[in-house]
Ligand binder design. Sequence first.
Ligand code: 5RP
Length: 236
Amino acid sequence: MSGTLSPIDKAKFVAAKRAVDYVEDGMKVGLGTGSTAAWMVKCLGEMVRNDGLKITGVATSTRTAELARQVGVPIVTLDEAKWLDLTIDGTDEYDHNLNLIKGGGAALLMEKIVATASDQMIVIADLSKQVETLGAFPLPVEVIPFGWQTTKALIEETLVNLDVLGRTASLRMNGASPCITDEGNYILDLHLRRIGNPRQLSLVMNQIPGVVENGLFIDICDVVVIGNGDGSVEVR
Ligand code: 5RP
């Protein structure tokens, strides 16, 4: 499956390959979204098809659900599964406390619901995602389309009182139209540069009317599996 890969794809692949070692027969598994998570879904598909692994997956996006079906991983809804043993997902940033910024692929809402409904969340990443302080990656915030410009103004106004360096938000676009999430919402990307207090920021953002969820994952991730371009893997 891995063929000849670029160093970055190799790093993602080896992280995914190591993370699926945590998956056991009979488990209910949350399936993340993104290019790294896609390797994990393909690895699980291979284990289902070739080794007879019996698992049930809950997808965090329509993209992931589609891929899971293609590779033979059985999918149910979260309400059917109720609670999951494990979620494996990618990330946009992780810090030394294993706090994350997620949502680069616009799936943060379902990703956070699924990860929170899991006994364990394992993040798969390459070293480029590791940061001293979160915030270089713009923080995605999912907002409802109704009154989104008012919500954006409220967010920017609120940021003035918080420990961040940048204070502007931009509407994520998909070509000439707003990017629409699987739940029919918009994404505002917050250009903060440095987030001094991620926990406080996450709590405050979710108090603003119109905000559905933000991409900060605080105390949700248990393990980070880091792949390197030379094929080595580190687990934290
Ligand atoms: C999607 C996400 C992804 O996990 C995150 O963007 C990382 O993606 P990739 O593995 O492609 O770098 O949060 O909403």
